[in-house]
Design a protein around this ligand. Structure first.
Ligand code: ATP
Ligand code: FE
Length: 348
């Protein structure tokens, strides 16, 4: 089964081909990502209008590149992110996927973007269910007990910002380029975590997290270090190191609790853009080791948004007998644990 995956829900236009033969490890045949960072620079964030237009323009070529001249003959099905995300991009992706599926007579399957992130460790590390997943990205932060395709239980999550958002805001406050995560990580590597920053909700029961206070604390610390506005290079690196240390410590402690709350699992896995961070990966690997649980973290390019995770989630859905028709709709909001929660009156 070879599936074309299409992703356009945020600020990366992505497409990939993934092949799965039962009994063998899946193979990523191609994985093409066209970022939009340059387009949104100077706006202080992703501009939905610009993103939608850029997706519409980049999608055809991105898919063509992913096919690598093979044509659609090698493709058995089309998977596309149907939400959650910025509606303009999601619609553009879904329309293209429908066009390809209808034109070439291929099955179509709509994929939840978060399920794509959450199932990635099965693509990269062959994990079996159930596993504990920390999904930590630009828009999300949650602990999920992944029990099957479309079967996730949320154990806890952020009550305000996502860590990726906090990395991006911190970068912006300190005059670093976007995306903020990699920039802050580079700076942090040259600094010392000597500046006291809060560890929000660290002492609270359960595995909920909070990150909005942290960026306010960074703003205050920046003001203390540079009352006249000009932050010294060394201070900036120290502030980045201190911020990263705070995020890391909170994620590690809450992961410890989530592992205890999850019950028996095959592994502790981490995914989403922030999982590309080396310090965070190392700390979480340590937590898994303490608990005697295997640890899995996809390679960084498969942690951030990509088409391979969508193709793979499509493969998993198709193997469960799930597919969509041309009425597939884009869903700006689509909580991951919705499928697991019985809907009133649905008789499930
Ligand atoms: P979501 O998946 O929640 O819809 P998204 O798709 O925008 O959001 P991802 O592409 O998964 O998010 O991740 C992007 C986020 O990851 C950005 O906020 C970015 O700053 C952060 N990030 C990327 N690399 C790193 C890193 N090395 N350290 C910390 N954060 C990082
Ligand atoms: Fe994402």
């Amino acid at each position: 089964l070879t599936v074309l995956g299409i992703e356009a829900s945020c600020d990366d236009t992505a497409a990939a081909l993934v092949r799965h033969v039962p009994g063998a490890a899946p193979v990523i045949l191609s994985n093409v990502v066209a970022g939009q960072d340059a387009l949104h620079e100077g706006f202080g964030g992703v501009v939905p209008e610009i993103a939608a237009r850029a997706h519409a323009e980049a999608l055809d070529l991105t898919v063509e590149k992913a096919l690598e001249g093979r044509g659609l003959r090698v493709v058995d099905a089309v998977a596309v992110t149907a939400g959650p995300g910025l509606i303009g991009g999601v619609v553009a992706g879904v329309m293209l996927a429908k066009g390809i599926a209808a034109g070439a007579g291929l099955p179509l399957v709509g994929v939840n973007h978060l399920a794509g992130h959450a199932l990635t460790p099965r693509l990269t590390d062959g994990l079996s269910f159930p596993y504990l997943m920390l999904l930590v990205s630009g828009g999300h932060c949650q602990f999920l007990l992944v029990r099957g395709e479309g079967d996730h239980r949320r154990l806890g999550g952020t009550i305000d910002d996502a860590p990726g958002e906090a990395f991006d805001k911190t970068a912006r406050l300190l005059g670093l380029p976007m995306p903020g995560g990699p920039a802050v990580e580079r700076e942090a590597a040259r600094g010392t975590p000597r500046i006291a920053l809060p560890r929000p909700l660290l002492g609270r029961e359960g595995c909920d997290l909070s990150f909005s206070g942290l960026k306010t604390a960074v703003l205050r610390a920046r003001g203390d270090l540079a009352p006249d506005g000009a932050l010294r290079e060394g201070d900036r690196a120290d502030l980045c190191a201190s911020f990263q240390a705070a995020v890391t410590e909170v994620l590690a402690e809450k992961s410890r609790r989530a592992l205890r709350a999850a019950g028996p699992v095959t592994a502790f896995a981490v995914a989403g853009g922030v999982a590309a961070n080396g310090a965070i990966r190392a700390a979480l690997e340590g937590v898994a080791a303490e608990a005697g649980t295997p640890f899995a973290a996809p390679p960084p390019p498969l942690c951030t948004d990509n088409g391979a995770m969508i193709a793979w989630a499509g493969i998993e859905a198709l193997r469960q007998g799930r597919r969509d028709d041309l009425t597939l709709a884009a869903r700006p909001r689509w909580p991951l644990d919705e499928a697991a929660a019985p809907m009133l009156g649905s008789g499930k």
